[in-house]
Design a protein around this ligand. Structure first.
Ligand code: XIL
Length: 319
């Protein structure tokens, strides 16, 4: 079981006024190097970063994380190729024919997966393609709008051609439990496998909140996917808690958070084909949560000073 972490950079960091955490924070880099066997780019492999213009690919940010991982003997999880969010404006507001749009995605996948062939173990090929009701996000996702799920099958094929050894995933949030959304994935995965699409895994992000009950059917749900012959992973685990203006959490919530972390890890550990578990940030210093969910925070296993929280111990104990 690979234990991974999202490496900060881009996204909300770019807007925060912090220096680039990955580039400049030595203590942070040391934690990543020492505590994890896998890394994921938090933002640096998204279209927004790789594709400033239609003609250009900009790989420095992504390369730096991969070089770091290799220097530290870590594997890399690639995130992501086909998503509705963090796309450049030239893509979302451009006018393209169907053929042009399809060719753009094909070129993107061939170029990016091809560049890192043999160096990225897992790819989140398609991210967040269903809404919480299990309806395909055709409004928000320019590729799904034109081609529906057929483009997902194509994306898998293109990724597989570019790196036949890469393990190819669908990935989403709010799919920890059995429900409309995870059912939609189960149906789509069944269909894709039936037509021979190279789908190998299902990723459950795991953005949890102590304000909701723990998804106690997580393990059962993961097994629905391994029963199809897929592997599974928890890909973006964090557990946010209500915080005051100073970012402090109540002891009860800290206790609940600790419990949630331990149970999420235990669910993955219990499922033989749950092959990796990634934390969406390791320290509150850089977590995306406070910026994204006002009134919540303290969602990671290390505090702002990189000190261990009870959640860290819960994760370690559950492994
Ligand atoms: C988040 C990043 O953590 C932020 O830095 C960025 O501003 C927005 O995206 N699901 C995903 C991730 O698949 O890519 C998102 O990452 C969190 C939710």
């Amino acid at each position: 079981l690979a234990i991974g972490v999202a490496v900060a950079g881009g996204g909300h960091h770019a807007a925060s006024g912090y220096p680039d955490p990955f580039g400049e924070d030595e203590a942070y880099r040391d934690v990543i190097a020492e505590q994890f066997s896998s890394v994921t780019h938090e933002n640096q492999l998204k279209w927004e970063f790789l594709r400033p213009t239609r003609e250009e690919f900009r790989f420095e940010g992504a390369d730096a994380v991969i070089d770091f991982a290799e220097a530290n003997g870590q594997q890399v999880r690639g995130h992501t190729l086909l998503w509705h969010s963090q796309n450049p404006r030239w893509l979302t507001s451009g006018t393209f024919t169907d053929d042009e749009l399809r060719a753009l995605l094909q070129e993107h996948i061939a170029t990016v997966v091809g560049r890192y062939q043999g160096r990225i173990v897992h790819w989140d090929v398609a991210n967040e393609i269903f809404d919480d009701k299990g309806v395909l996000r055709t409004e928000e996702n320019p590729f799904l709008a034109r081609f529906g799920t057929a483009i997902v099958a194509d994306a898998l094929r293109w990724a597989h051609e570019a790196d036949p050894d890469a393990v190819l995933y669908l990935n989403d949030f709010n799919v920890e439990s059995i429900g409309a959304k995870s059912d939609a994935y189960l149906a789509l995965a069944t269909e894709l496998l039936a037509v021979g699409a190279p789908l190998h895994g299902f990723g459950v992000q795991g953005h949890l909140s102590t304000q909701y009950p723990f998804p106690s059917d997580l393990e059962t749900n993961l097994r629905r996917f391994t029963d199809l012959g897929l592997e599974v992973a928890i890909t973006e685990l964090d557990v946010r808690v209500p915080v005051d203006a100073a970012g402090r959490a109540e002891p009860d919530d800290v206790e609940k958070q600790t419990d949630y972390y331990g149970r999420a890890v235990a669910a993955c550990v219990a499922v033989e084909r749950c092959t990796s578990l990634t934390l969406w940030g390791v320290t509150d210093r850089y977590s995306w949560v406070p910026g994204w969910s006002p009134g919540e925070g303290a969602a990671t296993v290390l505090d702002e000073d990189l000190a261990v929280k009870p959640a860290f111990t819960a994760v370690a104990d559950a492994l």
